[in-house]
Design a protein. Structure first.
Lengths: 402, 393
């Protein structure tokens, strides 16, 4: 055979390897594809698992829809998570397939329980990888999240996943933490992990969108999911929440803020600013027995709306806006740091990790009781911002003459 | 002995690189070697000094005894019966490596890819291509290595480039603050002691033409291996973090599982598997071939082919033993408590003893070396003449 024929044969043999979509002999038709999952610990000590499973015969599926829901939920409970998952098979006739899971939800009670065992299972199983988001649910009954209105998405898993991929830039008051992020922080010395938070809130405004079965106004008055804030952990257990504003401060300090809007009162109106670039640096200082930290923030900010008559085309008014913004931000960051230090006593900012990097000898002495030590360390915050006007007009729309 | 097949320097280099990269690609043992923290990359860099020191005796023997194969070298130095006794540890080592690699490969497939597939089926599917390639001999193995190595190296480069935006450089800090000099040296030594690919040179350099430099080929293989290993290690640490990477059975696979491109090219670990599996098969083939080749020299069968299938069957039988087919056994076999101390006597202590004996009997041995060298040069010239130029051009 010629070399060309050999090469062609080789390509033919190798091509199917690239085209495979399945891991084993199980037919996709027989799989119950998981989209999101809730882990809950009930008052009676039983672990409850709620699985959101894609329904291929729902809207968008291969079989057309015909009024069927795009997802279905299966619930099971047992003395531990793994057995509860195995028992889900009793309520569905297909094989549960976790490889496409987008989100892992946890309840507060679960986080007070045996979290390491759940993490061990998640890392050990070959179909449960590290890419799904980890989110804490604030709801009386976690099952309710599956009856919430979901914007343009069909399933809760897709909704949260799309928020993280498409809207992360517009959501500075939330964190999107993958299982890998959580595990890394869990194992890292000097930093406690955090998780995103979702809660059910009543819709205040009437929506004109169609529900997922195509009927007008089917869920327009139902609750909606609000993804905001973060859940902090301390030594593997839930420690408390930060609200949206505190979470924005967390994102700024940890260097995860992609974009944010602030409004400040400067002059006779309100000025809206957009943080374009933010760079944070933490420095650990050791002076004898005293450990302190300096947080330095450097930011590029644009004026995107001037509601008053401040002439944002000139430098002097911009300097005034800059000073007002810096003072406001220092106050906001200070409040968040104080809450984390004194209320949560959980080093979610990673001050300990910074101390370990910059003063390893000191870290060795204090690491055993770090969360207590950290809560009394002085933290100084400084903000350097560079404000500029943006957009296609120079002076404000309203002038003093008007 | 079989008719001497010619291989090129590039083919030998590819064989050595490929074989040496399979273990980092599969389980990154260095992560759990001392100092087992963010400084392991420094231990890796230091290990190359130890590799050169540990490999020096075999390199000397190869260069000094050009034109002779492994059996002839040992026979020439220590004589007939003693030569056969001295060669036994090499054979046992090749069979051990073959079996251990088979166990590790099948366990990896069982854990990460096909947990539902029975072990015998996995072994069978590995056996057929592996035995066929080994049966065809050194030339085929060399050509196959040059085909597979670009694949595996390109995956390392691609994954490195994709991972740049995920890497957290703080993982590597503090540098040298939590490791002692002794720990770093121990880690470097244990990592170096795992580098058994010098034996591939010991067996296959015989098939090189006399004008080809063994040292240059060895240096090139070590450099490619070093750069690739460094990239595998640092990217894995940078993305997974040290603690999680240490926890994983196959950290590099888990690392590749995190990669995506442009938000829509996902599940890129399939590329990892695509490169890893043929590379693992070729590593198995190499050890099977080396064991068969040396055995054929001991029994003077004229061909290694008689031993290919029996060695493969023996390896598979061992793998199917319930006591071997346990994760704790594999963990023990691949650990720093066992693997380096099995390799070290074969690649360092025995060659060192052979050099001492050679120096004691130098006057008797040197004429035999010259004779073998001239014969090899004549054979090279005849081959070139017959082919009208270099056969490997």
């Amino acid at each position: 055979m010629s070399k060309r024929l050999h090469a062609l044969l080789l390509v033919c043999i190798l091509t199917p390897v690239l085209l495979t979509g399945c891991w084993n002999q199980k037919e996709p038709n027989n799989l119950a594809i998981l989209n999101s999952i809730v882990y809950d610990l009930r008052d009676d000590g039983q672990y409850r698992v709620i699985a959101e499973i894609l329904n291929p015969s729902g809207p968008g599926g291969q079989e057309g829809g015909g009024g069927k829901s795009p997802n279905l939920t299966a619930i099971s409970q047992a003395e531990n998570v793994r057995i509860a998952l195995a028992q889900i098979s009793q309520s569905i006739e297909s094989i549960l397939f976790g490889s496409h899971n987008k989100v892992r939800f946890f309840t507060e009670s679960f986080m007070q329980g045996d979290m390491p065992a759940a993490l061990d299972f998640l890392l050990r199983d070959h179909l449960t990888d590290e890419t799904p988001l980890m989110v804490l649910i604030r709801a009386q009954d976690p099952v309710e999240i599956y009856s919430a209105s979901l914007g343009l998405s069909d399933t809760v898993g897709d909704y949260i996943d799309k928020l993280s991929k498409l809207q992360a830039k517009n959501m500075p008051k939330a964190v999107f933490i993958t299982t890998l992020d959580f595990i890394k922080d869990y194992l890292l010395e000097g930093k406690e992990p955090v998780m995103g938070v979702v809660e059910l809130v009543e819709c205040e405004e009437k929506s004109t969108s169609e529900d997922k079965t195509g009927e007008q106004g089917g869920k327009e008055h139902g609750p909606k999911l609000q993804y905001e804030g973060l859940a902090a952990f301390r030594e593997g257990r839930f420690a408390g929440y930060l609200d949206g504003t505190e979470t924005r401060a967390y994102n700024l300090i940890t260097g995860n803020l992609k974009s944010a809007y602030y409004s400040i009162a400067a002059g006779d109106g309100v000025t809206v600013l957009e943080v374009d670039k933010a760079k944070a640096g933490i420095t650990a200082n050791v002076d004898g027995d005293e450990i302190s930290f300096d947080i330095q923030l450097n930011m590029n900010i644009g004026v995107i709306e001037e509601g008053g008559t401040v002439d944002v085309s000139k430098d002097e008014p911009l300097d005034v806006i800059e000073s007002a913004f810096n003072a406001m931000l220092i106050k906001e960051l200070g409040a968040a740091v104080e809450k984390v230090q004194h209320e949560l006593k959980s080093d979610i900012f990673g001050f300990g990790a910074v101390l370990r990097m910059q003063h390893p000898e000191t870290w060795k002495q204090v690491k055993e009781q770090w969360n207590d030590t950290f809560s009394v360390c002085p933290v100084r915050i400084s903000v350097v911002s560079d404000v500029d006007r943006t957009g296609e007009i120079k002076e404000p729309f309203l002038t003093e003459d008007q | 002995m079989t008719k001497k097949p010619d291989i090129t320097r590039a083919q030998l280099l590819c064989m050595a690189v490929l074989s040496s990269l399979v273990f980092p690609y599969t389980f990154l043992p260095i992560l759990n070697s001392p100092p087992a923290n963010q400084d392991v990359w420094i231990a890796l860099l230091m290990s190359f000094v130890y590799i050169l020191a540990i490999n020096a005796p075999l390199l000397f023997l190869m260069n000094r005894f050009r034109g002779m194969n492994i059996n002839e070298i040992v026979d020439t130095i220590v004589g007939g019966i003693a030569g056969k006794i001295v060669i036994i540890p090499f054979i046992l080592f090749f069979i051990y490596c073959f079996t251990a690699c088979l166990l590790i490969t099948s366990l990896f497939i069982n854990i990460y890819l096909f947990p539902g597939t029975p072990l015998w089926a996995l072994l069978l599917f590995m056996a057929v291509p592996m035995c066929y390639t080994s049966y065809k001999g050194a030339g085929t193995i060399g050509r196959l290595a040059t085909f597979i190595i670009p694949l595996i190296l390109s995956t390392i480069v691609v994954f490195t480039l994709i991972s740049l935006r995920y890497i957290d450089l703080n993982v590597f800090r503090p540098v040298l603050a939590e490791s002692t000099f002794a720990q770093l040296n121990l880690g470097a030594f244990l990592t170096a002691a795992r580098y058994s690919e010098i034996l591939i040179f010991f067996v296959f350099s015989y098939f090189l033409k006399q004008k080809d430099s063994i040292n240059k080929t060895y240096g090139g293989a070590l450099a490619v291996f070093g750069i690739s290993f460094f990239l595998i290690l640092t990217t894995t640490m940078g993305v997974l973090g040290v603690d999680f990477a240490k926890l994983s059975w196959n950290p590099y696979y888990v690392f590749t599982r995190q990669m995506d491109l442009f938000g829509f090219i996902e599940r890129m670990q399939s590329l990892n598997t695509l490169a890893w599996f043929p590379a693992s098969l070729l590593k198995l083939t190499l050890y099977n071939y080396m064991a068969s080749y040396v055995l054929s020299g001991v029994f003077r069968t004229g061909s290694h082919k008689y031993f290919v299938v029996p060695i493969a069957v023996a390896g598979f039988a061992v793998c199917l033993l319930p006591v071997m087919n346990k994760s704790s056994t594999v963990e023990f076999l691949r650990s720093d408590r066992v693997f380096p101390y099995i390799i070290l006597p074969v690649i360092f202590i025995i060659p060192l003893l052979l050099i001492i004996v050679y120096l004691l009997r130098k006057s008797k041995i040197d004429p035999l070396i010259d004779k073998a060298k001239k014969a090899a040069e004549r054979a090279d010239a005849q081959l070139e003449e017959a082919q009208g130029g270099s056969p490997n051009d």
